[in-house]
Design a protein around this ligand. Structure first.
Ligand code: DX5
Ligand code: ZN
Length: 221
């Protein structure tokens, strides 16, 4: 199984995003947390900033939208040339329509679930998705403690993905570090967001490589 590390720039130096992205050449993508202070109690950056990031890097951009009215805003991020756009199912009024719209604009369509949101109601729409993101903290802030209670949901989601027979990535986000990544990989995750673990490391790129090796090792067991 391919294991992907997509570091979050949330806790990087936001005044030097290009420089911070350049510090992680081994990453499989750059995870960008868009927050609007309505869906989550925090505010980060919006479409204009993402457009500037897009203009300054060829890296795979993994956009995580934590915003209200996501049906209205998400297509613009696909239009801007972001490779993957993730919407929260708790915020979308028409997730199937939105997933199809994102794909039609050339982006990978991804759906995120907060820790207390079950996957089962969405089992029949997995074929519309390129990735499922399971939050392993309550969304809003970096540096929070990993929630072990999400592990069974990772297992159940992996089983549902296998049952669809499609190529759907399973991403985890929140508190992922050298302490927790093996548990996530064993449970079936294959794509890992790590924010503070990567950007608080002395050598962020070495941390990306170490995390990937750990995930591969855990999966081989
Ligand atoms: C939280 C964000 C995460 C966050 C992860 O709402 O979605 O992407 O940056 O940060 P860490 O890895 O520090 O938990
Ligand atoms: Zn995120």
């Amino acid at each position: 199984m391919t294991m992907r590390i997509t570091p979050s720039i949330l806790n990087a130096d936001l005044a030097d995003l290009s420089g911070e992205i350049a510090r992680i050449p081994s990453a499989d993508g750059v995870h960008v947390d868009v927050m609007d202070n309505h869906f989550v109690p925090n505010m980060t950056f919006g479409l204009p900033v993402v457009e500037c990031i897009r203009a300054n890097t060829t890296a795979f951009l993994d956009i995580h939208l934590m915003i209200a009215e996501v049906d209205r805003w998400a297509p613009a991020f696909a239009d801007a040339g972001c490779e993957s756009v993730t919407f929260h199912v708790e915020s979308s009024h028409a997730p199937i329509k939105l997933a199809r719209e994102l794909r039609s604009l050339g982006a990978r369509a991804a759906m995120a679930l907060k820790p207390a949101t079950p996957i089962e109601p969405y089992a029949d729409m997995l074929g519309e998705l390129d990735m499922v993101l399971l939050m392993t903290v309550e969304p809003g802030f970096g540096g929070q403690k990993f929630l072990d209670l999400v592990l069974p949901k990772i297992r159940r989601t992996r089983a549902l993905i296998e049952a669809t027979g499609g190529e759907i990535w399973l991403q985890v986000d929140g508190g992922v570090s050298v302490e927790t990544i093996e548990r996530c990989a064993e449970a079936g995750a294959d794509t890992f967001v790590a924010g503070s673990a990567v950007y608080s490391a002395a050598d962020p790129d070495a941390m990306v490589i170490a995390l990937r090796e750990q995930a591969i090792g855990a999966c081989a067991h």
